[in-house]
Design a protein around this ligand. Structure first.
Ligand code: AMP
Ligand code: MG
Length: 402
């Protein structure tokens, strides 16, 4: 049995050593949300590309509005997308809209709320303007050629818009690793079936599917394998053709837990098969050729914990994501919490932000089969292996479930 920290080191070292991580592909911008960039992105031009108004109002010369109120002659207008031929000279101004280019001669924009019309061709300026007020100078946001995103960045919601503003109709991103998902167990029936006595529905394939999608992989469902060597050989054989294979169940000490035997038959090189964590102890990681092979404990919450600790980092590392740790955050315990002297515990928890830091407490749940209990929580808290208890107010790691 190895510690969580050691298991993570072994896991990351194995992916980093993999000769072929995911190749890059060009995809349309529209489908790039959540993908990992495989090119550096530099500003294609200055942003903004011209001195522009950020208020609706009047483009003026500062000298003209140093003492107010003052009445100025309105010489034309500058509209967004069109600009203006007008030159603002002493005693004059130009009507201007947000996003329109600043006319020659002007060096501030007084917002319309601080003016009143003097028909037919004048306007009264009621407030003095400050240097640069109401406008953004060319390149104030970005200079042409400035680095904006580096390879390995995940494309988030605002990033898609930024890429659009740079004219990136296509982006180079990592291909998604294909992640095969195999549930095992003689007691399992599919989601559309009604379980008979002693049977349960297969839920792990679906939580794993969700986790694979969230981590940036492409899930491939391989259905349910039965607890016998022949069936497992066939299905695990199929699974080994993918970038990652996840097998849930069948890795404990039960008489019919054959998954590790079949891994051995296929020559899977096992890196660890027991981690000092609760739940999730019988987690297996192995490699075979280019494929990363996981045996995940069958209990629904154990599966989720093991995935989040070890599979997420593998998928994100295969994707060459810059950020590929398990993604733990820090919170303060709201109440005293008992530790396990033998294993680190990772349990469902409720986390909230109190304005200063995250505050967390364990959620009510009935053990590692209680998937609904986990669904009602919004985090998992890491309680380090230790004698005794952690006190209220102490800092702990947690994994967000949102
Ligand atoms: P195992 O790891 O195969 O010993 O399974 C441990 C527990 O998890 C047993 O109670 C199983 O019935 C349950 N289990 C295994 N696989 C699944 C699955 N795909 N969906 C829901 N529960 C499962
Ligand atoms: Mg089983």
């Amino acid at each position: 049995m190895i510690s969580i920290e050691r298991a993570l080191e072994v896991t990351l070292a194995a992916v980093e050593a993999a000769p072929d991580r995911m190749p890059a592909e060009a995809i349309p911008l529209e489908s790039s949300l959540g993908r990992i960039l495989r090119e550096n992105i530099d500003a294609d031009a200055d942003y903004p590309g011209f001195d522009k108004a950020i208020r609706d109002g009047f483009a003026v010369r500062l000298d003209d509005v140093s003492s107010v109120p003052v009445t100025l002659e309105v010489r034309g207008e500058s509209r967004a997308g069109q600009g203006s031929e007008v030159s603002v000279t002493s005693g004059t101004c130009c009507e201007i809209m947000t996003g329109a280019p600043l006319p020659d001669g002007a060096n501030a924009v007084v917002m319309v709320e601080h003016t009143e019309p003097v028909p037919p061709r004048h306007v009264r300026i009621l407030r003095a303007a400050r240097q640069g007020e109401g406008l953004l100078r060319r390149a104030a946001e970005l200079r042409q050629g400035e680095r904006v995103f580096s390879e390995g960045k995940r494309i988030e919601m605002a990033d898609i818009g930024t890429l659009a503003s740079f004219g990136k109709a296509e982006v180079r991103v990592s291909k998604k690793p294909r992640v095969a998902i195999l549930a095992t167990g003689d007691e399992l029936v599919e989601v559309r079936q009604n379980p008979d006595a002693g049977q349960i529905r297969n839920s792990n394939s679906y939580t794993l599917l969700g986790q694979v999608l969230a981590a940036g992989g492409e899930p491939v469902l391989l259905g349910i394998g039965r607890d016998n060597l022949e069936d497992l050989r066939t299905r695990i054989g199929l699974g080994l053709k993918h970038d990652v294979l996840l097998v849930s169940g069948g890795v404990s000490m039960g008489k019919y837990d054959f998954v590790e035997n079949v891994f051995a038959e296929y020559g899977v090189k096992v890196l660890f098969d027991s981690v000092a964590m609760k739940p999730g102890k019988p987690t297996v990681l192995g490699t075979r050729g280019q494929t990363f092979v996981f045996g995940l404990p069958g209990n629904p919450v154990s599966t989720i914990v093991a995935f989040r600790m070890f599979v997420t980092p593998v998928i994100r590392s295969l994707l060459k994501a810059a950020d590929h740790g398990p993604g733990t955050l820090r919170a303060r315990l709201e109440e005293s919490t008992k530790c396990d002297p033998a294993r680190t515990a990772i349990v469902p928890a409720l986390v909230r932000f109190d304005g200063e830091s995250y505050r967390i407490r364990t959620a009510p749940w009935k053990g590692s089969s209680d998937l609904a209990g986990l669904s009602r929580a919004n985090a998992m808290v890491v309680i380090p292996k230790a004698e005794g208890s952690l006190k209220a107010g102490e800092w702990v790691d947690f994994l967000s479930l949102e």
